[in-house]
Design a protein around this ligand. Structure first.
Ligand SMILES: Cc1cc2nc3c(=O)[nH]c(=O)nc-3n(C[C@H](O)[C@H](O)[C@H](O)COP(=O)(O)O)c2cc1C
Length: 386
């Protein structure tokens, strides 16, 4: 069927018409006080970290609804690269799968300013358990969260930033070590030392993130974490929306398969799986933006139809700043990986824990509920020998 350009549908992953929010109770808020009460009851927060673009879609509600004796499972939706309708659809989907569970939204402050504000306000209006700010720092978003009576969460790589966020009114913090997947900055901040530093700098609840597998949860709780955030470990869950090739790309990997690249976003370092794309980047090849009509439809991303959709804030995108002669289009590379499963030209972000994922093939992987149960058993096994 040939459609006129204006009627060109977007990719199903964009989900342009969200299901109506029928009969959903108000989202439970993950406040400082709620976490204190859960901790007093002996519970541990298990947060599924957001993974853009599209990599963690479908998981937040399933994680938040997972039955667990020990964990309070928490799902996080990545807002990056989504249309407003797509984000609202993903929130409603997660909330209907886990009406009483904790579902938050992650938004990178490094985004185009208008997208950042529009998506943050759409998420807050929809009703979520918390909003977490990824790469970059915007103080304004804390005010928007306060106005919407929604907990704000900061991701921190130092005790100093933790103290600043506490002063600004954050409800809890994610201490993200350099073992994490995605953008990790330039600073060498291994997780255990970072958790100790952040714990000493703030009285807020601290969630440890970066390179964690089940057997490491207990030791992190012992040094003062109130919970853990895992992303890479959730990548290959059978009920996530990511392409099967994307899931396979993270299984059976060794140290030689993991590389640190220089991202388009401000030249930050980022960990990824080695493939022809990362090898070409290492040789200095540039990947200028291509049309995204296949994903967003002919109307483009929020009406932006050019190959470059201005996804990042001005002066943060090395590719655009170099007039597309250097670096790569991050939206193309991440969409190619998670949506198309393109193992040649996709960019597969990953945490250092990818080499310790016990499942070696897709057939050995479980759904999100099964993974939460596996992690609980691993925490129990560690505790039983202490
Ligand atoms: C594929 C992938 C995409 C990610 N995208 C984002 C993102 O958009 N925003 C963000 O704040 N963190 C992002 N992260 C970081 C995770 O949310 C999480 O904090 C971190 O990866 C935890 O470490 P782990 O993956 O080793 O468990 C991403 C991680 C991965 C693996």
């Amino acid at each position: 069927m040939h459609l006129p350009p204006s009627a060109q549908p977007s990719h199903p992953a964009v989900r342009t018409s969200p299901a109506p929010a029928v009969d959903l109770p108000p989202a439970p808020k993950l406040t400082t006080e709620a976490i204190a009460a859960l901790r007093a009851a002996g519970k541990v927060l298990l947060v599924q970290g957001a993974m853009g673009l599209h990599a963690s879609d479908g998981l937040a509600g399933k994680v938040a609804a997972a039955p667990s004796g020990r964990f309070v499972p928490v799902g996080t939706i990545s807002a990056v690269g989504k249309t407003v309708e797509g984000l609202v659809g993903e929130i409603r989907r997660a909330r209907s799968e886990a009406p009483h569970g904790y579902v938050g939204v992650n938004l990178m402050a490094a985004l185009n300013r208008d997208d950042f504000e529009t998506l943050a306000k759409a998420a807050l209006a929809e009703g979520i358990s918390f909003l977490v700010q990824g790469a970059g720092i915007s103080r304004e978003v804390i005010r928007w969260c306060r106005d919407a009576q929604t907990p704000f969460v900061g991701i921190v790589s130092s005790g100093r930033l933790a103290a600043t966020y506490e002063r600004w009114g954050a409800s809890f913090l994610v201490a993200e070590g350099s073992e994490a997947g995605g953008h990790i900055g330039d600073i060498d901040h291994p997780l255990a030392a970072l958790v100790a530093e952040v714990r000493a700098a703030t009285s807020l609840p601290v969630i440890a993130a970066g390179g964690i597998v089940g057997s490491e949860i207990g030791p992190l709780l012992r040094i003062g974490a109130d919970g853990v955030q895992l992303a890479t470990r959730f990548l290959a869950c059978t009920d996530g929306d990511a392409h099967p090739n994307f899931k396979r790309m993270h299984l059976g990997k060794t140290e030689e398969d993991v590389v640190v690249i220089t991202s388009t976003v401000k030249g930050m370092k980022a960990r990824a799986i080695r493939n022809p794309f990362t090898e070409a980047l290492a040789e200095g090849k540039a990947f200028p933006p291509k049309t995204k009509a296949w994903f967003y439809g002919r109307e483009g991303y929020r009406g932006r139809r050019k190959s470059c959709i201005d996804c990042l804030a001005r002066d943060l995108c090395i590719c655009r700043e170099s007039d597309f002669k250097e670096s790569f289009c991050i939206t193309d590379a991440l969409l190619r990986a998670a949506v198309l499963g393109d193992v040649e030209e996709g960019l597969f972000y990953s945490g250092s824990s990818v080499t310790r994922i016990p499942e070696r093939a897709l057939e050995e992987c479980t759904d999100a509920h099964g993974l939460v149960a596996r992690l609980e058993a691993e925490l129990g096994a560690w505790e039983s020998v202490q």
